[in-house]
Structure formats: C-alpha cells, structure tokens
Design a protein around this ligand. Structure first.
Ligand SMILES: [Zn+2]
Length: 280
C-alpha cells in the first residue's frame, strides 16, 4: 500500500523504486509503458520530490531538463533506445493501472505547485523548500505556501420519474453531457455549494444532497467531491455563459456521456444507470 512521505526511510534508500518524471509541458515520461525505475535521478532532473513509498520501494517525482530528448534517455536505467515516450496525463490513464495513474497525478500536482510558488505571494522574495513540511517558505516574511488544492463539487440530480439532469457545458471539448460541477467558494459548505451551483447554472432547487465519493483531479489541482441530489422544484433556466444545453434524460435514451473509471462523472452516471436498471 502507498505510504505518503517527504523523505525516503533509510531501509528503502537502496531500492530502485519509481520515478514520475514530467517535461516542462507536464507530460509524463514512460519507459516501456511504465514510470521509469532508477536508483539515480536522471542527469539534469530538477524539482526532486519524494512522494512516499510502497512495496516497490521509494516513489519520487521530478522535472526533466528543458528540451529533454526522449530518444536519448541518458541515465535512465533499464531503458532501451526508442523505448521512452512523454505522454499527456489524461492519455496515460489508458496505459497505467489506476493506482499508478493516481500517483502520477499526485506527482504532477506537487510539481505544478512547486514551480508556481518560487516567489513569496506576500512579499515577492524567492522561496525555499521548508526543512520539514511539504511547503515552500519565505525567508523574509515567513509566509508558507503549501500544495494547493481546489475543491469542486459534482452532482447528479435525479427526479422521481426516473430521469436525471445532464448538461452540456461550454467548457467541454466536444458535445457531451455530464453532471453539474463547480468550485467551492470560501465560507461555503459542500452542500451549500451544490445548491448554489445548480441554482446558478440551471435555475432549479435540489434537496436530499447525499455524498457519493471523491476523486483527486490533477488538472491542475482539483479535488472532485461527488454528490447525488433530488429535484425539489423550479424550471430549467440555463446560464448561457456556462451551459449550452441541459435536460432530463432517461437511462435508456442517454446523450453522449462520460463512461468508465477515469472521472467521477462517469462513476456517478454509471451508478445511476445501474440503479435504474435494477442491477444493484
Ligand atoms: Zn515573504
């Protein structure tokens, strides 16, 4: 089981472990389809972080040098010529197992936070890694910057006639429909955020807001918190800047929707379909 840590315990120091290495465009390096295994950091690697360890040894993250040529992976043990690729984290879901993909996301979030906090946001002085915690500290004013997480709720609203609310968001890369999602604001509970987002985006009221599950979403630093909710009243009035189209759908007449394990939107919709068809 993965154990998070910010340094490697002594008894694991001589184990090769795994490296989650990203280029400057946040693409993950894979060697023969897996995160590289190496005792030493590849030459020129920066932003070294220990993520933790598991049965396979230490798990580390780092940033490949600018212009790193994947056809000449010098210093990466066990890597034959032409075997290394860099791949977008979303695409890596298809080749990594789920646990490895989650670790890759953890690595990407920590590296992104690190590069985004080189200077103190309060006084502008250059920051240094904190001696004990996963933080960057300002030697001038003492301000600490911890890894940033942005919580967002995603909610599948159901009606008691067997239909669920799905919306085509303007931000989506193509025409598909999903559960409604939005970022949590300061001072707000998750339940208040669910109600507000749905009211703002489609104009209806919900009740019986029930926790469903959560998922780290490293694009670039979200935590998705999933809910089910029941329709309580109102007519659909779409917020046009956010929503192209939204409607109530039956499980056997679904528009294009996310499927599979990659996103919590897919889990929410598949769970609902399974309940509608009596399979759970
Ligand atoms: Zn400062």
């Amino acid at each position: 089981m993965f154990q998070p840590a910010i340094s490697v315990p002594d008894h694991l120091l001589d184990q090769p472990g795994r490296w989650f290495l990203f280029d400057e465009r946040n693409r993950l390096l894979l060697a023969e389809g897996r995160p590289p295994v190496s005792v030493e950091a590849p030459p020129g690697t920066t932003d070294l972080h220990v993520l933790g360890h598991d049965a396979g040894g230490p798990i580390r993250a780092g940033r490949l040098p600018a212009g790193y040529d994947v056809d000449r992976p010098d210093g990466l043990d066990g890597l034959g010529e032409g075997d290394a690729i860099v791949i977008d984290l979303r695409r890596a879901y298809a080749v990594l197992d789920e646990e490895e993909w989650i670790l890759a996301g953890r690595a990407a979030q920590i590296l992104t936070w690190d590069v985004d906090h080189r200077f103190c946001s309060r006084c502008g002085t250059g920051t240094e890694p904190h001696h004990r915690d996963r933080a960057r500290s300002c030697g001038d004013c003492g301000h600490l910057a911890f890894p940033r997480l942005t919580p967002a709720v995603i909610t599948l609203v159901e009606r008691d006639d067997g239909r669920a609310l799905l919306a085509w968001g303007r931000q989506f890369p193509g025409r598909f429909y999903s559960a409604l999602a939005g970022f949590v604001e300061p001072g707000e509970t998750l339940e208040q955020c669910v109600s507000r987002e749905i009211r703002e985006e489609v104009g209806i009221e919900v009740e019986a807001i029930r926790y469903f599950g959560s998922q780290p979403w490293p694009f670039p630093h979200s935590l998705m918190i999933g809910f089910n909710a029941s329709y309580a009243g109102g007519e659909l009035v779409l917020q046009e800047e956010e929503i192209v189209e939204a409607d109530w759908f039956r499980h056997d007449e679904l528009p294009p929707v996310p499927t599979g394990r990659m996103s919590i939107a897919g889990w929410l919709i598949e769970d609902w379909v399974a309940r509608q068809t009596g399979r759970t």
